[in-house]
Design a protein around this ligand. Structure first.
Ligand code: ATP
Length: 257
């Protein structure tokens, strides 16, 4: 199951993370983590509470001091701040789904295009149209204040706002967190759809079942280390994964997330 390279020798990964380590005070939260995501691929990272999943995404995004290398399409991001990483094509959907509560849905979406606008791009109207096609409910609610949206609608808006940056790689931190099962299915359907549209996705999830069903490749993170990796179908039938993360029953099919 363990492989030195997730995808073989050929293409340059959209996101390549090498030897990523994070220390909080004296405590090692992440230790020499290697993760790769290829173009058009969805890669999941599963693991228990406190394993370091959120820390990993924050470090990749440049929100935390860390050791190791993060490359986007071969360009090293080590010296780049968060905003520069957004310019290079990274977009993070954080676990705490922060929105501008007193702004409308539409204005929240526009905030997502801020970085591209600062770079000189003026394509936000077209991008917003695409986002509205993907999330018709957001179009319906475009003038509603974000603070008055339901949990599921907030999840969609945060995802839509991340897409306004036209990311090459989308980092998703527990998109299903705190949502009702029906909404979780909807969110995972949208994420699977996004992947089909060509965005590379790194998905961090405690919902291992759903994550392995929609991803191509998976990593298991425990106490800051990758302890297992492999194609998601193989991970889903691995005894350790099934016992620890899937409640003892292997996934038989990838259908119906
Ligand atoms: P969860 O699924 O519960 O969100 P996680 O896998 O995302 O967990 P992290 O939030 O990354 O885990 O936390 C990893 C470890 O680092 C935990 O032991 C946590 O207590 C610790 N930690 C996280 N943030 C800090 C911080 N700012 N200062 C000190 N320790 C921290």
């Amino acid at each position: 199951m363990m492989a030195s390279s997730a995808f073989g020798a050929n293409p340059v990964p959209v996101l390549d993370v090498r030897n990523l380590s994070v220390v909080y005070g004296g405590v090692v939260a992440l230790q020499s983590v290697n993760v790769s995501v290829l173009a058009g691929q969805m890669v999941s990272v599963i693991g228990p509470n406190g394993a370091g999943k959120t820390t990993m995404l924050a470090a990749i995004m440049g929100r935390l001091a860390c050791h190791g290398d993060v490359e986007v399409l071969g360009r090293n991001q080590s010296q780049c701040c968060v905003e520069q990483r957004v310019h290079q094509g990274m977009s993070l959907l954080p676990e705490a789904r922060e929105l501008f509560a007193s702004m409308t849905v539409e204005d929240n979406l526009l905030m997502g295009a801020y970085s591209r606008h600062a770079q000189g791009f003026r394509d936000h109207h077209g991008t917003m149209k695409e986002v509205f096609q993907r999330f018709p409910k957001m179009k319906e609610r475009r003038t509603q204040l974000a603070g008055t949206l339901s949990g599921g609608e907030r999840a969609m808006l945060v995802l839509g706002r991340a897409l306004m940056a036209k990311p090459k790689v989308l980092l998703l931190d527990e998109p299903s967190l705190g949502l009702a099962p029906l909404i979780v299915r909807e969110i995972f359907r949208i994420i699977a759809d996004l992947k089909r549209s060509g965005v590379a996705i790194l998905l961090v999830e405690q919902n291992a079942r759903a994550a392995l069903q929609i991803s191509d490749y998976g990593y298991v993170l425990e106490t800051g280390k990758v302890v297992l990796e492999g194609p998601s179908t193989e991970l889903a039938s691995d005894q350790r994964v099934t016992e620890t993360y899937l409640g003892g029953s292997a996934l038989k099919s990838r259908a119906g997330t």
